[in-house]
Design a binder for this molecule. Structure first.
Ligand code: E4P
Length: 225
């Protein structure tokens, strides 16, 4: 079954969404973290504790492999469920392969993936997750869902099973069901889209009619609803 992660660093959103019982993990990024008032490390620890054993992706800010590895070690020490988000690129690949060595084994999520080849390299470097950004591809007139389908097919043919595909940069509910149908392991969804997924105008209208029919019948029987 494909999983739902929340794409957020907002504590209120996280607590609310956790209450729905649908989340299997969470992703953040520097843009999302920068919107929050809490200090960075406090936020990382708090989010990780709210998420229990579920994975929480936190992104490094250094752009060189050495610095990424140092930052990753520091972040990984904050909580047992931290996954290190590493931007795609040569420096990122070096960092992922180093963090994946068996004496360390810090799980990485390679982010900002826009092609099958980038996803393949990330998998070969030992990434636990790859994150193709589908909304940003759609924004420039490409087809983000098609990329997810291709990665799913290539990983399946190549028997790549250790790297999970997270469909990221989700813009609307249709993206979520399309990437699930395409076979993505995970969709990381902003809270706004998660709320849209739960609703439907016919559900609201249907409930309104059920309740008013029931109320009318009770009144006709002379019983207070
Ligand atoms: C995923 O891990 C990213 O945080 C996120 O999905 C980016 O989405 P955006 O394109 O809406 O910024």
């Amino acid at each position: 079954m494909s999983q739902i992660f929340l794409d957020s660093a907002n504590l209120q959103e996280i607590e609310e969404a956790l209450g729905w019982g649908v989340l299997s993990g969470l992703t953040t990024n520097p843009s999302l973290m920068s919107k929050e008032e809490e200090p960075f490390e406090f936020l990382v620890k708090k989010i990780c504790s709210l998420m229990g054993e579920n994975p929480v992706s936190v992104e490094v800010l250094d752009t060189k492999a050495e610095g990424m590895v140092e930052e990753a070690r520091h972040l990984a020490a904050q909580a047992p469920n931290v996954v290190i988000k590493i931007p795609m690129g040569v420096e990122g690949l070096k960092a992922v392969s180093r963090l994946n060595r068996k004496e360390e084994k810090i799980p990485c999520n390679v982010t900002l993936v826009f092609s099958v080849n980038q996803a393949l390299l990330a998998a070969h470097a030992g990434a636990a997750y790859v994150s193709p950004f589908i909304g940003r591809l759609d924004d420039i007139g490409w087809d983000g869902v098609a990329l997810v389908k291709e990665i799913v097919e290539v990983f399946s043919r190549q028997k790549i099973t250790e790297t999970k595909i997270i469909a990221a940069s989700i813009r609307h509910p249709r993206h979520v069901h399309e990437v699930a149908a395409a076979g993505a392991h995970i969709a990381t969804v902003p809270f706004r889209v998660l709320k849209q997924m739960a609703g439907h105008p016919l559900t609201d209208m249907g409930l309104e009619r059920f309740l008013s029919d029931w109320g009318r019948a009770r009144q006709e029987e002379g019983i207070r609803p």
